[in-house]
Design a protein around this ligand. Sequence first.
Ligand code: UT7
Length: 330
Amino acid sequence: MPELRGVKIAGLGMYAPARVLTNQQLQQMVDTSEEWIVTRTGIKERRLAEPEQATSDLALLAARQALQQAGVQPEELDLIIVATNTPDTLFPATACLVQDRLGAKKAGAFDLLAGCTGFIYALVSAAQFVQTGMCRYVLVVGAETLSRIINWQDRNTCVLFGDGAGAALLAPAEPGRGILASSLAADGSGGHLLSLPAGGSRQPASLATVEAGLHYVHMNGREVFKFAVKAMGDSALEALHRAGLGKEDLDFLIPHQANIRIIEAAAKRLGLCMDKVLVNVDRYGNTSTASVPIALYEAVAGGRIKAGDHVVLVGFGAGLTWAACAIRWD
Ligand code: UT7
């Protein structure tokens, strides 16, 4: 078998809508308090898309920035993967809308659905195309308008989520640099713990499903919490192990931003001090597939990640799914 090429992240982009929703505003909307939200989740505010903005609009802005940072033209793209739980429409794929508006004339395009783990699943999938030589440049986007599928009267969920987008441009690299190893996992028996029940083939949308609120996110927060701590710790260790690294080699962890208590517990499981962990859940809430690329963007832009650092991206989400990716930053 021919040697696989290396693959690196050559450009990053992000977009957070301008409109801020604070905890103080939320406590006027539902039976909650600023204090409860901050102590139980670490979230202080989140961003909301404008009514006319759909997921592809957010994705496009993050994508353009990633292309620009990498110095790659849209016509050079071979493939676009958009990870999202809130596509503009069930079909056509949001990736095709982005492909058209970017002018990526020779790129294939598809959406990938893996809950909040979607960006890492998409990144790992995209990397295979570059490593085998089938593609040179692949654009990976995580983008969400979760505000559209949240029941704003359900305090168990509405305080947690936000809208946003992040993007990464993958390009060939020297072997041993860039993405080193990954770990993908799923347990469909836990699918009921976090789902959007109606609107698919099992329960097509109807007046009855809307009246029952089945077009909104339904979640058993306590069970997802327990699963998340173990999944993130185990997955990060597995990706490090596959990369031939130990936890002492880890310079920086970029975890899915769902809840500061989950992040802290996962870091503790890994024996990692919090100054090696990127946290921005306080400013954006849980943006699902956008959370890891936005956090990565901010860590790189802020100079916290430098060339040669060992970085692990790790996430969990609906499915249930969980995944991690070990990178030697190039
Ligand atoms: O990307 C993956 C998406 N999902 C997640 O990451 C969610 C993971 N889970 C969590 O982050 C946490 O479980 C939550 C933040 C959702 C909840 O925190 P918790 O510490 O697990 O609280 P709990 O579910 O055990 O609920 C404690 C109490 C309940 O009241 P009772 O039954 O004890 O009287 C809730 O009704 O807190 C109540 N509660 C609230 N109170 C004020 C739940 N939501 C709120 C709220 N404001 N927004």
